[in-house]
Design a protein around this ligand. Structure first.
Ligand code: APR
Length: 308
């Protein structure tokens, strides 16, 4: 039996980090694709040379065409353009929609049975766009956002309490942006809700730091962060390739759950070999539900801009 095959489109900061971690986890052979000739091949060669040290057998290759991705079980899309000076969010939306659209067509042509995990921003809109273009059933297209946002929230709580990150579980729902919805009521230290351990004002400060988590890194680094985003993709890849059926917050297609229809947004799902195997509806207070629906509303506009 051959190894599973995972392709990562876009061998930039996030794509390469994810590819490296996926190879180290031995989830399967990894193919990176980028439009810049030399980058995916060079990074693949460099990563491959760590295999004897890190002791993994996965093959890592790089290419500029999609033939190399043929028959992938999982395709992660990170290709995109960052916002450049003078560019509006709408310009970026259109630029990345064009990239994601053409990449998705190629992915589907070469790997008609794969699960697609989207990373490119604006995340929830790009996930919707890729799903539309792919013609795939909704469960085989999913977006990464909540795993990263929850990891940030967990990290800040561990710093606050001086407790191992391993014991901290958190849920951050909603869109990947200013309107994301951290849920302190569902955030626990080994089962103990943080609302019993941390005063409300401090929880709100950490929730806000989570919402601003991406910007805080950009301010320092002058570009988007990529270690945590790459690690989040690798965690999702593991859930899918090993059919672990993890309960994770991810951008999933809703058909009326939480009062939201025909939209991709961050909600708790069961992530396994089939992709989104279940959208899990948890009890939300009126305020939490309102925050989730407000978050969803901000993405309808962007999808409308793409003309669906
Ligand atoms: N096909 C393949 N690769 C592409 C294409 C395309 N059509 N268009 C762009 N790329 C590649 C770029 O050449 C670059 O190597 O995508 C890569 C993106 O990498 P980075 O610029 O390093 O961006 P990164 O930090 O990895 O973020 C990836 O996530 O945060 C979002 O939308 C943001 O576009 C960004 C994406």
């Amino acid at each position: 039996m051959g190894r599973r095959k995972i392709s990562v489109i876009g061998a930039g900061n996030v794509g390469a980090t994810a590819a490296f971690l996926i190879a180290q986890k031995q989830l399967g052979d990894v193919v990176m694709v980028d439009i810049i000739d030399g980058i995916p091949q060079g990074k693949a060669l460099d990563m491959g040379q760590t295999a004897p040290i890190e002791a993994f057998d996965a093959n890592i290759t790089g290419a500029v065409d999609f033939d190399a991705t043929a028959g992938s079980d999982l395709v992660i899309i990170t290709s995109g353009s960052p916002r450049k000076p003078g560019m509006t969010r709408e310009d970026l939306l259109q630029t990345n929609a064009n990239i994601v659209g053409s990449v998705t067509e190629n992915v589907v042509m070469h790997s008609p049975d794969c699960v697609i995990v989207m990373l490119t921003n604006p995340l929830d809109i790009m996930t919707y766009h890729a799903w539309k273009v792919s013609g795939f059933p909704t469960h085989r297209v999913v977006g990464q956002a909540g795993v990263l946002d929850s990891a940030r929230f967990r990290y800040f709580i561990s710093l606050e309490l001086g407790v191992s990150v391993e014991d901290i579980h958190a849920l951050v729902l909603g869109g990947h942006g200013d309107t994301m919805v951290p849920l302190p009521r569902y955030t626990t230290v080994n089962g103990v809700p943080i609302t019993q351990l941390i005063p409300p004002n401090r929880i709100e400060e950490m929730a806000q730091r989570t919402r601003d988590g991406g910007a805080e890194v950009v301010d320092l680094l002058k570009t988007s962060g990529y270690y945590a985003a790459g690690a989040s993709l690798a965690e999702m890849a593991e859930a899918i390739i090993l059919d672990r059926k993890r309960l994770l917050p991810c951008s999933a297609y809703l058909t009326g759950q939480y009062g939201i229809d025909d939209l991709y947004i961050g909600v708790p799902i069961k992530l396994g070999g089939g992709g989104v195997e279940q959208v899990i509806e948890i009890d939300l207070t009126d305020d939490e539900l309102q925050a989730l629906q407000t978050s969803a509303d901000t993405y309808r506009e962007g999808i409308a801009l793409l003309g669906k």
